[in-house]
Design a protein around this ligand. Sequence first.
Ligand code: URA
Length: 445
Amino acid sequence: MTATELIRKKRDGNSLSAEEFHFLIDSYVKGAIPDYQMSSFLMATFFRGMSSVETITFTDLMLHSGDVVDLSGIPGIKVDKHSTGGVGDKISLLLAPIVAACGVPVPMISGRGLGHTGGTLDKLESIPGFNTSLSIDEYKKVIAEIGVVMIGQTKEIAPADKKMYALRDVTATVECIPLIAGSIMSKKLAEGIDALVLDVKTGRGAFMPTYERSVELAQTLVNIGNSFGKETIGFITDMNQPLGYAIGNWNEVVESVEGLRGRDLPDIMELTYVLSGAMVMLGGKAGSMQEAIEACKATVADGSAYAKLVDLVRRQGGNPEYLDHPERYPVSRYVVPVMSEASGVVTSIDSLELGLSSILLGAGRTTVDDVIDPKAGILLAKKAGDQVAAGDVLATISTDKEEAIGPVADRVRRAYTVGDKAPEAGPIVISQVDRHGVRKFSLTN
Ligand code: URA
């Protein structure tokens, strides 16, 4: 068997056997298949897809490309959350300490920025010293000691996803249900969880822009989770405008800290509480969603969630001083306001355009070897529904790249639509997908 044969097979719309997938994944992890052949296979898959049997086989082999961590020695029901990727999506940074502060252990393996979306690992690594690549022993020690741990895929855990993820990021092969399923579920099934909550984004800034495709993705992920014996619940959530005001790695850490310290961030906190509430329910620490959400809110109100974040940062080598004093963090060489040319009300903000803009500022990668600038990003001054006058600041961009300023400022300005009529505010959490099917989200579901 050769990689070329398998690329051709997928290119021509045929299914691959378990043996063929095993050859492809195993050889790629060992370095025997180069990136250019894997890129070609990924693009063929992007166009041709996979059957549901192939998707399960692919996920299983991605999972077993490394070790599956056994956390059975750690008391409690271990629960994690994963997002399919959004713009300004820093929810994991708030939710993991909240859920851990409620007494539910959270072992989390996250990813880096992917396509136009940011990644939890890049955000965590913007905290000076924070180490996201722990050995399995160290990972187990941290979760046992403080009830939460946040790392990336390693050579030991989900190594196939580690390599393929970085490649998909820069080869326009992200928006593909079987590849997303294999990537997310291989990490999540490897980390030692008992149950999983999925935040499946829908809308302009999501990898699945239509509601129907988002439901299809959610069902695929939920079915895989349940078929591997992990209770899995998915929520379809809105990603038409960025979450919160901050885009970019350090910007998003700062906003997460503000949320944990009680700043009123309606969309962020609403989503955080629904997802963390579901985790606390699955973790057996509450009898209803309302009760679970109240418990989560209490950890923010009494400071225990923020204290847990500080513990986590310290335990994984980061310097928590910057969380308390963000003003001491280095600032970009250029910090430039983007003004509105029109007056009226902001009717929409194109989150895809803002995600792509933040990459150009240095917050994401355009090649595998790019180094992230943690300071780079966008701070929104206006969100959908806000009044704006010509000359008002819509957003501020931060970058060290002088050549990016002009084109990105234009792009950010064009990402805003200003009109006469305020948009109708839809719900952040739209529906719930679980083993019983798909239904409109309500707290009493
Ligand atoms: N998150 C992942 O981990 N992988 C994807 O493919 C998309 C989102």
